[in-house]
Design a protein around this ligand. Structure first.
Ligand code: ACO
Length: 326
C-alpha cells in the first residue's frame, strides 16, 4: 500500500468579528466569564454571502494553491459539515463544480466536530489503496446560523469558518502513521440540533429564525471530551509505535481551553506542544482542526518532517485521532 498524507492546507474565515464584549450586549454574560471558562475572546460570524459552501470553496482554493495542485487533478472531494446550505445537493458536489474539478467524486460527511479528522482518514484509505490520487478534505461551518442567541450556555462558544487539506501519496515513512476512530451513539442526546422529523412534530429547540438550534449538555460533553481526546491520542500513538514524547505538535479540536488543558495534563504533555487558536475563532466544529493546522503551518509551528497528532471529539458522540509525519 502507498503512503498517504496531507500535502497542502488552506483556510477561510469570515471578516466579521464578534467579541465577548459584543456578546455582553446580546445575553447576560461577561468577557471575564467567557474567557476564564472557555478561553474564547472572539469568534467570526459569516455574512449572508459567506455560506458554508462559499467558505468551503475559498478554503479549498487556498489548499490547492498551497499544495501546488490544479483542481483538475483532484479525484475525490469530502466535505465535513453539520451546517450545510442544503440537505441536498451535497456541499461537496457544489465545491466540485465551483472549483472546476470534473474528475472528482464528491460526498459529505456528518460526524459533528470530528468530521474533518474522519475525512482525512477516509481520504488516506482511498489514496493508500490507489483508488484515488488526489483528495480534497474540507471542514466548513456556519454555526452562528444554528446558534440560539438567547442561550448564553451555548451562544458564546461557536464561530464560523472553513479549512481544507489536500491529501495525496507521499514518500514512505511520511503521511498517516496511525489513527483511532470511535463513536458512542448513547451520548447523542447530549449534543444535538434537531432536523426534520422531530422538529416538525415538536419544535422543542427551534430558534427565533425558525431554524433548529444547538442543544448541549456542557458538563457531560466536557467530561467526555477530556477522556476521549487523551485516550484516543494514546491509542493512535500506540498503533504508530510512538510515545507522546516523540510528538512535535498536537492540534486538538478547538472547543474550550479547559478541555485542552485537562487532556494535556492527562497525557503529560506541556501546553507548548499544543496548538491553540480558539481565543480568536471559538469552536468552529469540523473547521477547527484544518484552520488550526493551516495557521500552525503558516506560522512555522508545524514543519516538514514533524510528527503531528490531530485529535477531535464531537456530536454523535464521536471521536477521532490521526498521527501523521508531515
Ligand atoms: N455567561 C455567564 N454565565 C454563564 C454563561 C455565560 N455565557 N453560561 C453559563 N453560565 C452560568 C450558568 O448559568 C451557571 O450558573 P448557575 O450556577 O447560577 O446555574 C454557571 O455559569 C456555571 O455553569 P456551568 O454550565 O456549570 O459552567 P461550566 O464551567 O461547566 O462551563 C461550558 C460551561 C463552558 C459550556 C463547559 O461546560 C464546556 O466547555 N463544556 C463543553 C463544551 C464543548 O466544548 N462542547 C463541544 C461543543 S460541540 C463540539 O465541539 C462537538
Amino acid at each position: 500500500m502507498r503512503s498517504a498524507g496531507i500535502v497542502g492546507l488552506g483556510s477561510y474565515v469570515p471578516e466579521k468579528v464578534l467579541t465577548n464584549f459584543d456578546l455582553e450586549k446580546i445575553v447576560e454574560t461577561s468577557d471575564e466569564w467567557i474567557t476564564t471558562r472557555t478561553g474564547i475572546k472572539e469568534r467570526r460570524v459569516a455574512a449572508a454571502h459567506e455560506t458554508t459552501t462559499a467558505m468551503a470553496i475559498e478554503a479549498a482554493k487556498n489548499a490547492l494553491k498551497d499544495a501546488g495542485v490544479s483542481a483538475s487533478e483532484v479525484d475525490l472531494i469530502i466535505v465535513a459539515t453539520v451546517t450545510p446550505d442544503y440537505f441536498f445537493p451535497s456541499t461537496a458536489c457544489q465545491v466540485q463544480h465551483a472549483i472546476g474539478a470534473p474528475n472528482a467524486a464528491a460526498f459529505d460527511l456528518l460526524v459533528g466536530c470530528t468530521g474533518f479528522v474522519y475525512g482525512v482518514i477516509v481520504a488516506c484509505q482511498f489514496i493508500q489503496t490507489g483508488a484515488s490520487n488526489c483528495a480534497l478534505v474540507i471542514g466548513s461551518e456556519a454555526l452562528t446560523r444554528i446558534v440560539d442567541w438567547t442561550d448564553r450556555k451555548t451562544c458564546v462558544l461557536f464561530g464560523d469558518g472553513a479549512g481544507a487539506a489536500v491529501v495525496a501519496s507521499v514518500p514512505e515513512g511520511r503521511g498517516l502513521l496511525a489513527f483511532d476512530l470511535g463513536s458512542d451513539g448513547s451520548g447523542g442526546p447530549l449534543l444535538k440540533a434537531e432536523a426534520l422529523q422531530s422538529c416538525c412534530e415538536m419544535p422543542s429547540s427551534v430558534g427565533l429564525n425558525g431554524r433548529p438550534t444547538i442543544y448541549m449538555n456542557g458538563n457531560e460533553v466536557f467530561k467526555f471530551a477530556v477522556r476521549v481526546m487523551a485516550d484516543s491520542t494514546l491509542a493512535a500513538l500506540q498503533k504508530a509505535g510512538l510515545t507522546v514524547d516523540q510528538v512535535d505538535l498536537i492540534v486538538p479540536h478547538q472547543a474550550n481551553i479547559r478541555i485542552i488543558d485537562a487532556a494535556a495534563r492527562r497525557l503529560g504533555v506541556p501546553m507548548d506542544k499544543i496548538f491553540v487558536n480558539l481565543d480568536r475563532y471559538g469552536n468552529t466544529s469540523a473547521a477547527s482542526i484544518p484552520i488550526a493546522m493551516d495557521e500552525a503551518k503558516r506560522s512555522g509551528r508545524m514543519k516538514e518532517g514533524d510528527i503531528v497528532v490531530a485529535t477531535s471529539f464531537g456530536a454523535g458522540l464521536s471521536w477521532a485521532t490521526f498521527v501523521m509525519r508531515m
